[in-house]
Design a protein around this ligand. Structure first.
Ligand code: SOE
Length: 387
């Protein structure tokens, strides 16, 4: 992976502009507002402006609630502002490339939500532009910031599970099992790029690369749309409908660069599963299992223990001995979903302030996009394809 020499001098205050004020905009706002207070970030944070498609009144109310100093209704104005150092992109996927390229042109550091782009060509262009700009860049694979996932990576690096044989990952939600759930941008390929594949399977792909250090070499994919059209107005289920042009369920088998094999599924139709993001890694000397719905715990099986002692230990990854020390709270109190964005953004701000390398960056975003692209090509061609 090419590393870049940063021409960023250490900054005392990092002035932030946010684009997007829905779910991810809220997660970013909460993180920028609290990261430097809750984690040892070596700089001040100024929440300079927020931009989103909304009425100025609604946007001002959002800004007042989260502490953004000003509002912009035109993202091109926001990314050009001289009083902003970092642009945080929490907008739908089709806007990632135009916003990021423009922000990089203005020499801004950029945090862009995952997946990096709606297609591989755009992701490659964004990664190249970020390298050329010599700034810090983050692709928002926030689950790397859970202490338990970071502990899993440490265990693999220390050789605790030995040669990795296989990876099994499932990211299961059920928020659209109701056929009357109305059309939203996430069901429109032109806006979202893909469905479960890019939205949630991308997290499993990144978590695999992060924890194991392996690279995907070939895949065979299956993309299924279970409900092909949805009401344009949720209040009028029998009214006009829109066509769903993305996958509801994404499944793929894969091989890795060490010969290991993997099985991945991401679905929005797993009735009863709310944010069941889990991964199991099986190795010669042991196994690791993590489930976001028990995100403070890592399950570890050590085959090198005397036979009578072997079993999955459930490690509470909130001790001081663990990455991030389990967050700012005392041992055993644990972290929540919002904390993962706070940890990610605290790490990103620190990398900017110190001019240090940061991961997950746009190269990680591009690596995940290559797998997403291969799964889509494979599903279309109904055969194994190389990544
Ligand atoms: C999908 O519902 C989603 O919001 C993803 O887009 C996020 O990346 C994930 O963290 C939670 O689920």
């Amino acid at each position: 992976m090419m590393t870049e020499k940063s021409n960023v001098s250490a900054r005392k205050t990092i002035r932030v502009g946010l684009i997007g004020h829905q779910f991810m905009g809220i997660a970013h706002s909460n993180a920028f507002r609290n990261a430097a207070a809750m984690y040892p970030v070596p700089c001040k944070v100024e929440m300079t402006a927020v931009c989103a498609q909304d009425t100025p009144e609604n946007l001002q109310a959002f800004a007042d609630k989260f502490g953004w100093q000003s509002i912009e209704t035109d993202w091109q104005k926001l990314v050009a502002r001289k009083d902003i150092d970092l642009i945080s992109v929490a907008a739908p996927g089709f806007l990632h490339k135009p916003i990021v390229l423009e922000a990089l042109k203005h020499g801004k550091h950029v945090l862009c939500e995952k997946p990096l782009a709606n297609n591989l060509a755009d992701a490659a262009e964004m990664a190249a532009a970020a390298l050329k700009a010599g700034v810090r860049h983050c692709c928002g694979y926030s689950y790397r910031s859970t202490p338990a996932q970071a502990l899993a990576q440490r265990f693999v690096q220390e050789g605790k599970i030995g040669r990795i044989y296989q990876v099994h990952a499932r990211y299961a939600q059920d928020w659209i099992v109701d056929p009357n759930f109305a059309m939203v941008w996430r069901f429109d390929k032109a806006k979202a790029g893909s469905g479960s594949l890019g939205d949630i399977c991308a997290h499993s792909i990144d978590a695999t690369r992060f924890i194991t250090g392996l690279e995907f070499t070939e895949v065979i994919g299956n993309l299924v749309t279970l409900i092909g059209e949805r009401p344009l107005d949720g209040k009028n289920p029998n009214g006009p409908k829109g066509k769903v042009t993305v996958d509801d369920v994404a499944q793929f088998l894969c091989r890795f660069n060490n010969g290991a094999t993997g099985c991945f599924e991401a679905t929005r139709f797993a009735t009863g599963r709310k944010n069941h993001n889990c991964i199991e890694i099986n190795g010669e000397k042991g196994s690791l299992y993590w489930d976001f719905e028990e995100q403070n715990y890592l399950y570890y099986y050590d085959r090198t223990r005397p036979a009578p002692e072997q079993g999955f230990s459930k490690i509470n990854a909130t001790q001081d001995a663990h990455p991030y020390g389990g967050g700012p709270w005392p041992v055993g109190h644990g972290i929540g979903y919002g904390d993962t964005f706070m940890i990610e953004i605290a790490n990103f701000l620190t990398a900017i302030a110190k001019g240090e390398e940061f991961h997950p960056d746009f190269n990680d975003g591009l690596a995940a996009q290559k797998v997403l692209d291969a799964v889509e090509r494979s599903a279309n061609e109904r055969k194994w394809v190389r990544v």
